[in-house]
Design a protein around this ligand. Sequence first.
Ligand SMILES: C[S@@+](CC[C@H](N)C(=O)[O-])C[C@H]1O[C@@H](n2cnc3c(N)ncnc32)[C@H](O)[C@@H]1O
Length: 245
Amino acid sequence: MNSICEKDVSAVKEIFRFIQKNHDNPEENAVRDLYDSINLSYDEVGVSFHNLSTAAAQGVLYSAPKKVIAILNEYCSNKDVSILECGAGTGLIGEKLYESGYKNTIGVDFSRKSLDVAEEKGVYKKLVCAEIVPEGMPFRDDEFDILICTGCIAPGHISPRCFPEWTRIVKPGGYVLLLLRKCYVEHQKGLEAFYSKSLGDSFQAEIRKLEISKKWEVVMRQIFPGYVYEGGILSDGVAVVCKVI
Ligand SMILES: C[S@@+](CC[C@H](N)C(=O)[O-])C[C@H]1O[C@@H](n2cnc3c(N)ncnc32)[C@H](O)[C@@H]1O
């Protein structure tokens, strides 16, 4: 018998509908309020990825936690690295990091209620409730070895204009790891309704600007299948790893 009720899943699907409808001009605070209202159900659906058949029956899968660990293991031999997770949400990624031996992670997110769920798991060194903005994040220069941002670069969510700030708080030689749905920033057949030209352009431009100014170097860029399966639609993911210079 399934432990996730239909209501929960439809609450999570609300996010995708919201993104589709409010591409470029979401109302102020609308995204934060949405996450505050669905915190627990988001987590249940995400966790369900560990049980493929349950998740498939509900029509929702999320492969990011596994993918993050696979990438980290490739670039990082030391599990004591200090990690900042931008958009930590309910802690799905933090849980997987902790389980995989990465136990020095700070999470930041603007949804207090999502962070309350993350807190319960006891897998973060610290959780900070703050908006992720292009300037003045509450962290020191060169404070982190790794910055991870998964599932948060989306219309109305975290802006690529924050990338320069991320090169300030990640130390030289450290990495910024980005994972997102391809359809938000590039065309994906069948998912054209999700594409945001302004987000796509800004995503490419901000990455390129930091390459040109030698603030970071893109060491990996990959389109991969099966990032998220939701409502009968399988979206590709984009994974980008940048080494801070
Ligand atoms: C789709 S969830 C992803 C959560 C987590 N990274 C994961 O992969 O499960 C997006 C998260 O980003 C947070 N978020 C969106 N925009 C934000 C912003 N500008 N500042 C801080 N958090 C933000 C939301 O509150 C939400 O928890």
